[in-house]
Design a protein around this ligand. Sequence first.
Ligand SMILES: *Cc1c(COP(=O)(O)O)cnc(C)c1O
Length: 406
Amino acid sequence: MDRKAADRLQYLQYFGEFGGVNPSISDSSTYTFLSAKTMFDTFEGNTEGCYLYSRHSSPSNLYLGEAMAALEGTETANVTGSGMGAITATILQLCGAGDELVSSRTIYGGTYAFMKNFLCRFNINTSFVDITDIEAVERSITPKTKMIFCEAVSNPLLEVADIKALAKLAKAHGIPLVVDNTFTPLSIHPIALGADIVIHSLTKFINGSSDCVAGVVCGSTDFCLSLKDVNDGAGMLLGSTLDSLRASSILKNMRTLHVRIKKHSENAQYLAENFEKDGLRVVYPGLSSHPGHELMKSMIVEEFGFGGIMTLDVGSLDKANALMEMMQEKNLGYLAVSLGFYKTLFSAPGSSTSSEISEEEQEEMGLSEGLIRFSIGLDNDIKRTYQQMRECMVALNILKETVSVR
Ligand SMILES: *Cc1c(COP(=O)(O)O)cnc(C)c1O
């Protein structure tokens, strides 16, 4: 288990161009060369120490990449214009026409739609499996399989992937395990558990201020350079580039990541425990009732907890909608997709972020229409938040009024 990521981040040291405590922001799309020969060499792939064009790399993006590599314990990392930019480039770098990939069936809706509806245009087929069933994963690997994809903790059902077992399986078949770790930065370190490539949507917890979209691929130097290759790199050629100004603001937000993750987890754990005691159907991996609880406990760095995402099933879409509207009215959070904000965000995934998944498939995977996904915020007084959320539930007949002495 890797307990040092937070320290590695803390000890990164940057000096700006004028000795500033923040690195200078690179404000250029293109870069001069003192000799024509160096420009030629750079196009030939010898890019060490040289900047060419900001779609390829820029100082600000490299600084953020360095911080992300420190977070995930990889040799290096490439930042991208969005989480989907990182996911699509990685898949298209690893898979070509006629290849297959094996993926968890409970994943982010956009990733699912890309695999199911888009990759088939290139004759790349995905086997969707129950990622908690290692034998099922193994059965779906064929000689054409080029990668295994999963989320460490899945969206929105919070299934926990056994990264060690999946990594072992991937190694045995000579294919990489790619893990989307968006829900659990600092808590889970997929690389330490054997994964090969880690992806994040930086849009969520890592940036934490819901003011931009961004992504990252953390991996080996070889893989990250291949993504950037000017001739055949999917990152370079698909063009999902992050702007330097954004990269520098995300880097600054990362400095409070350890403090924020602890608070998100602490607050989510409190709400989950209390709503469970109230008899609600709560899914949170920090609860011992969660089927992946023990597994997740064995994977996490304890001080960062089980993460800030929790779901509640209130029975019907009407009730879910009424509750979300009332909670927003009472200023307990926002009815909005996405996650990792300082305020609580809630949405009903069945009709929003996972609407790419057909109703039948949603039902089969346990995604009921009354499900609300909460990204729990950094509330200073979570007990008061709990009481106020509870009052909304009583008012809407989701909970029976009982004298609460907690
Ligand atoms: C949001 C999200 C993505 C997509 O990231 P964008 O930055 O919106 O492109 C991918 N995976 C997970 C788990 C996400 O939550």
